[in-house]
Design a protein around this ligand. Sequence first.
Ligand SMILES: *Cc1c(COP(=O)(O)O)cnc(C)c1O
Length: 225
Amino acid sequence: MIAHRLQEINRQIRQAEQAYCRRPSAVALLAVSKTKPAEAIASAYQAGQRHFGENYVQEAISKQRRLSAFDITWHFIGPIQANKTKLIARHFAWVHSVDSLKVARRLSEQRPTQLPPLNVCLQVNISGEDSKSGISLPELPQLYQAIALLPNLKVRGVMAIPAPEDGFANQRKPYQALMQAVAALNQPDLDTFSFGMSADLVAAIAEGATVVRIGTALFGARTYG
Ligand SMILES: *Cc1c(COP(=O)(O)O)cnc(C)c1O
């Protein structure tokens, strides 16, 4: 079941890349496994998936322990509480949800020096929803400049979760604004655009996503979280 869904999602990604003149395999799938058991991750892994995204630190670490024999790249994508930064800095290769200098400083200070720099994306609240984490677009340049100086982090790009929109054109708009703001930073090292979920995958790929984050369409509905 998971292998079949994975194949179908990858087919949709390849098709959208082709339709919008993206380089083949420019877009990576991040399998969002929050609330799902280690067995589900193992199934996706056996079908070829290597990048997994988790939102809850303790849950993620217990799955990482069970799957330590697997060559998985773990991404933290949930809201970050300051008291969890130490575990995040130790147990993940990527963090997509950095939205304050305070959290970024802690992650940099707490990143073990024997590990490579922690790859981070700055989360931008592109629809300006009160309920969502993330900085506003005008805050991006300043936060980027500050975080880029931290020694044990590598700023790779941006992450966004826009408000749900009906219609392809409406889905594309917030991503256009985000990509323009990133282009204005004029930093060729920023190569990671983490946006697009099941409902707006094609619009995200059309606008330049390099990572799409898919949970339910791969693992089925969550009972909590
Ligand atoms: C849960 C989650 C996803 C995946 O959502 P689905 O609706 O299950 O595909 C993607 N990104 C983030 C940040 C999430 O928390």
